[in-house]
Design a protein around this ligand. Structure first.
Ligand code: ATP
Length: 232
C-alpha cells in the first residue's frame, strides 16, 4: 500500500472533525473520497498533509510513519497536493509556477517536455500569466505543478469545482493519465458520478466516519445503494 490512514481523530480546537476513518490507496490506484458537505473529506486530506495533524491514529506513506511530520517533510517524501482553491501565483507564468513546484523524491521525476506530452493543453499555458487563465487552465497548471514534485500519490481536493462540464471531463481524464504514469490519486469530489467513472475504489464519509468502502463500479451499478449513500 502506498498510503494507509488508520483510525485518525482530528480536531479543530476542541471540536472533533474526524472520528477514526481508515482508508488505503495502493500504487497507481485512483480512490474517490465522497460524502456530503462537512463529512470530513478536506480534513482527511489536511491530516495526511500534516496541516491538521490527527490527535490519535496513524498515517503511513511509502513505508514511513508520517503522522506527526511537518508538511514540508511529508511533501518531500512524495505526496502531491492539488488544493481546492488551486493556489497558483497569479502574476507568474505557468512555467514559473511549475518551477516552484519542482522537487526530487524517490519517485519518478518529470521534465516540462514530458508533461506537455501528457497534457497537450499545457504547452501554451507555460508562457501565460496565471491571472489570465480560465478555471480549467488553472486546474491544469495546478495538477502539473503537483507532478513536478515527483509524487507517488497526488491528493486532489475538488478538482472539478467551478468548471464547466466539458472541462470537468478533461480534468478527470488527466487523472487517468497520472494513473497510467504509475501515480496514485486520492480524489475528493462533489461531482461523485464523474469521480466514480475514473476511480478504482471509493470511500464514502459522513460526519467524520467512513460509512462505505468498495469498488467504484459497485456504486455506479447499484443506483439504490448510491442514492442512499451519496444522494445521486
Ligand atoms: P466540504 O465539501 O464542505 O469541504 P468536507 O467533507 O471536506 O466538506 P470538512 O471541510 O473536512 O468536510 O469538515 C469536517 C468538519 O470539520 C465539519 O463539521 C466542519 O464544520 C469542521 N471544520 C472544517 N474546517 C474547520 C475549521 N477550520 N475550524 C473549525 N471547524 C472546521
Amino acid at each position: 500500500m502506498m498510503l494507509q490512514v488508520n483510525g485518525i481523530e482530528t480536531f479543530y480546537g476542541e471540536t472533533q472533525a474526524l472520528f477514526g476513518p481508515s482508508l488505503e490507496v495502493g500504487e497507481a490506484e485512483v480512490v474517490a473520497l465522497l460524502g456530503p458537505n462537512g463529512a470530513g473529506k478536506t480534513t482527511t486530506i489536511r491530516s495526511i498533509l500534516g496541516l491538521s495533524p490527527p490527535r490519535r491514529g496513524q498515517i503511513r506513506f511509502d513505508g514511513h510513519d508520517i503522522t506527526t511530520l511537518p508538511t514540508h517533510k511529508i511533501s518531500r517524501l512524495g505526496i502531491g497536493w492539488v488544493p481546492d482553491d488551486r493556489r497558483v501565483f497569479p502574476t507568474l507564468t505557468g512555467k514559473r509556477n511549475l518551477a516552484l513546484g519542482t522537487r526530487r523524491t524517490r519517485f519518478r521525476s518529470w521534465s516540462e517536455d514530458e508533461m506537455c506530452e501528457i497534457f497537450s493543453a499545457l504547452q501554451h499555458l507555460l508562457r501565460r500569466e496565471c491571472e489570465n487563465m480560465s478555471g480549467g487552465e488553472l486546474q491544469m497548471v495546478a495538477i502539473s505543478r503537483a507532478l513536478m514534485g515527483s509524487p507517488g500519490i497526488v491528493l486532489l481536493d475538488e478538482p472539478s469545482q467551478g468548471l464547466a462540464p466539458k472541462i470537468v471531463q478533461d480534468v478527470l481524464k488527466t487523472i487517468l493519465r497520472l494513473k497510467e504514469a504509475g501515480i496514485a490519486c486520492l480524489l475528493v469530489e462533489q461531482n461523485a458520478l464523474a469521480a466514480l467513472e475514473v476511480s478504482d475504489r471509493a470511500y464514502v464519509m459522513d460526519r467524520g466516519r467512513i460509512i462505505h468502502e468498495g469498488p467504484a463500479q459497485d456504486l455506479l451499478d447499484n443506483a439504490p445503494l448510491r442514492r442512499r449513500l451519496i444522494g445521486m
